[in-house]
Design a protein around this ligand. Structure first.
Ligand code: FAD
Ligand code: MLT
Ligand code: ZN
Length: 475
C-alpha cells in the first residue's frame, strides 16, 4: 500500500462518495468471518458501490495503490473465498447494492441482472415473466448472483441444466485496472474469438469483479413429479439413475442421494420441519424429480410406472411419490436442510468431490474405512448430487469426542480422501471452489501445465495481484 491507511480511505471516499465506504465495526464483523467460521479476518473497510462506474473507480484506485480487494457476495462460500486476511489492509467489496434486474427478454429467453441480486430474486423475476431460471441451491435465499458465477455454483438441477457457467450468455466485468469488459451479449451463437467470459466464471474474484450477467432462461415448468425412493445401496441408486434417464430423458432434473444419517440429523436439529412422511427405514434414499414445461399432468404417473419397473428389478425397496406440491416441497426442505442440520450438530470436515457416476459405489466402499484410521472421532454423512457424480463426503464429530482432536484430523483425512478421489480420476472440488481452504489441494492435484497457465492468466489480468489475494492460487 502506498498511502497510509487513513490517507487511502480519505482519497477513496473523495473518489466514490462517503456513503460508499464504511469502517463501522458492527457492519464489518459478520463479513470478516466465513460461513463455516473457519477463517477470521480484519478488513481495511467495506465498499458498497451502487453502480459499475463506482466499482471501476474503486479498482483503478486500489490497483494504483496496491490495495488488496476481496469481493464478497452473500458470504455463503464453504472455502473462505470471501474472507479478508488478518492484515487489516484488504478492502471488502460488496455488490449488494447493485441488485437491479436490468432487462428481461422473454422471447429471447434471457435476463440481465446485476451481481448483487439474491439468487432467489433472480428465480422469482424469471417466474414473473413466465420463465424459469434453474440455478438452485440451499443458500439461494442469501447467496448472490455474483458469488454464484464467481464460484461456478452447481446445486440441485445440474443434471439437466448444467452448472452456473452453462447458464450465462454474457458478462460485465470490472478488471483489476478499472477497465470494464462489457460483454453482456444475449446471443446463443457468437464465435468471435476467445470465450473471455468463461475465464471469469469460477475464478472466485481473482481475475475481475463481475458486476452483471445476461442469463439463459427456460420455459416455465408446468408439470413435475417428485419421489423419495429407498434403495438397497448406492450401486442400486446408480442403476436407478440409468433407468430413469433411459425412460425420462431430459425430464429428469434432480437425482440426490440421502443417507439415513442425514435425515436423522435433520429430524434432530430441525424438528420444526416435521417428519410426517419421512421414510422410517432404509439406509439410503434418493430424491428424484422430473419436470416438464408441458402442462399435461402426466409426470406423476410416468414416475410411478418407472419406479414400479425399478422395484421389479430390485433397484428400489420402497418409494413415496409426492401427492401434492406441498409434499414435494417438504422433501426438498429436508434435503436442503442437511447442511444446516450438520452445522447445528457440531464440527464437520467437508469434502466436495466428484467422480464418474459409475465409480461412486466403489469409491464409497473404499473411502468409508478411511474414517476409522484417519478420523475415529467422526461419522460419515455422505450425500449429494449423485446424478452429477458429486458427493458431499462430509464427516461430523461424534458426540462426546474432543472437538479440537477431531478438527486436528482434517489434514490426514483430507489427504486420504482426496488421494483416493484422484485415483478415481475425480475432482477434489466439484462445486464449492478453492477459496482459501483448498489452495494447497489445487497446487497438489493440478498438473504443472495447468498451474502455469492459471498463473499466466492471473499475471495478465491482475499484474499487481490485488484481486482476492491468497485465494485459489498460491501467492
Ligand atoms: P460469497 O461466499 O460471498 O463469495 C464466494 C466467492 O466469490 C469468493 O471468492 C468471492 O470473492 C467471490 N465473489 C463474490 N461476488 C463476486 C463478484 N461479484 N465478482 C467476483 N467475485 C465475486 N454451492 C454449490 O455450488 N452447490 C450447492 O448445492 C450449495 N449448497 C449450499 C448450501 C448452503 C446451506 C450453503 C451455506 C452453501 C451452499 N453452497 C453451495 C455454497 C455457496 O452457497 C456457493 O458457493 C455460492 O455460489 C456462493 O455465493 P455467495 O454470494 O455467498 O458468494
Ligand atoms: C449441498 O449440496 O447441500 C451443499 O453443497 C453441501 C454441503 O453443505 O456440504
Ligand atoms: Zn451441493
Amino acid at each position: 500500500m502506498m498511502q497510509g491507511t487513513s490517507g487511502s480511505l480519505a482519497l477513496l471516499r473523495a473518489l466514490v462518495g462517503d456513503d460508499v465506504i464504511t469502517v463501522d465495526a458492527a457492519t464489518l464483523a459478520p463479513l470478516e468471518t466465513d460461513h463455516r467460521q473457519l477463517f477470521h479476518g480484519k478488513a481495511l473497510a467495506l465498499a458498497r458501490p451502487r453502480d459499475t462506474a463506482a466499482v471501476a473507480k474503486i479498482l483503478a484506485f486500489c490497483n494504483a495503490q496496491k490495495i488488496g480487494v476481496v469481493p464478497i457476495g452473500g458470504n455463503t462460500s464453504y472455502c473462505g473465498g470471501a474472507t479478508p486476511d488478518a492484515s487489516g489492509t484488504q478492502l471488502l467489496l460488496s455488490l449488494a447494492r447493485m441488485n437491479r434486474i436490468r432487462a428481461v427478454d422473454a422471447a429471447n429467453l434471457s435476463m440481465t441482472a446485476e451481481a448483487g441480486c439474491i439468487l432467489a430474486n433472480v428465480q422469482r423475476e424469471a417466474a414473473a415473466a413466465e420463465r424459469y431460471f434453474p440455478l438452485s441451491l440451499g443458500a439461494e435465499g442469501s447467496c448472490q448472483l455474483g458469488g454464484n458465477l464467481a464460484t461456478n455454483a452447481g446445486g440441485l438441477n445440474v443434471l439437466r441444466y448444467g452448472m452456473a457457467r452453462d447458464l450465462v450468455l454474457g458478462l460485465e466485468v470490472v478488471l483489476a485496472d478499472g477497465r470494464v469488459l462489457e460483454s453482456l451479449s444475449a446471443l446463443r451463437k457468437d464465435n468471435t474469438g476467445y470465450d473471455l467470459k468463461s475465464l471469469f466464471i469460477g475464478s472466485e474474484g481473482t481475475l475481475g469483479v463481475i458486476t452483471a450477467a445476461t442469463l439463459k432462461l427456460f420455459p416455465a415448468q408446468h408439470d413435475s413429479a417428485t419421489a423419495l425412493a429407498t434403495v438397497p445401496d448406492p450401486a442400486a441408486a446408480v442403476n436407478l439413475l440409468a433407468l430413469l434417464r433411459k425412460r425420462s430423458g431430459e425430464m429428469l432434473s434432480s437425482f440426490e442421494l440421502l443417507p439415513r444419517v442425514a435425515l436423522d440429523l435433520v429430524q434432530r436439529h430441525l424438528p420444526e420441519l416435521g417428519n410426517r412422511g419421512m421414510p422410517e427405514t432404509g439406509e439410503w434414499q434418493v430424491l428424484v424429480e422430473l419436470t416438464s414445461s408441458r402442462s399435461q399432468n402426466s409426470l406423476q404417473d410416468w414416475l410411478q410406472e418407472s419406479l414400479a419397473t425399478a422395484a421389479d428389478k430390485g433397484l428400489i425397496v420402497d418409494a413415496i411419490v409426492a401427492q401434492s406440491g406441498e409434499q414435494a416441497s417438504q422433501f426438498w426442505r429436508w434435503r436442503e436442510s442437511i447442511p444446516e442440520a450438520q452445522r447445528r450438530d457440531g464440527a464437520s470436515l467437508k469434502h466436495d468431490i466428484s467422480l464418474p457416476v459409475s465409480s461412486v459405489p466403489e469409491f464409497l466402499s473404499r473411502a468409508q474405512p478411511l474414517l476409522a484410521t484417519c478420523a475415529p472421532e467422526g461419522f460419515l454423512v455422505a450425500y449429494g448430487h449423485l446424478g452429477d457424480g458429486n458427493l458431499h463426503f462430509n464427516v461430523n464429530q461424534k458426540p462426546g469426542t474432543d472437538r479440537a482432536a477431531f478438527l486436528a484430523r482434517e489434514p490426514a483425512l483430507q489427504r486420504a480422501v482426496h488421494d483416493l478421489v484422484h485415483e478415481f480420476a475425480g475432482s477434489f472440488s466439484a462445486e464449492h471452489g478453492i477459496g482459501r481452504l483448498k489452495v494447497d489441494e489445487l497446487a497438489r492435484y493440478a498438473s504443472p501445465v495447468e498451474l502455469d497457465l492459471m498463473r499466466a492468466v492471473k499475471r495478465t489480468l491482475d499484474p499487481n495481484g490485488i484481486l482476492n489475494p491468497g485465494k485459489l492460487l498460491r501467492g
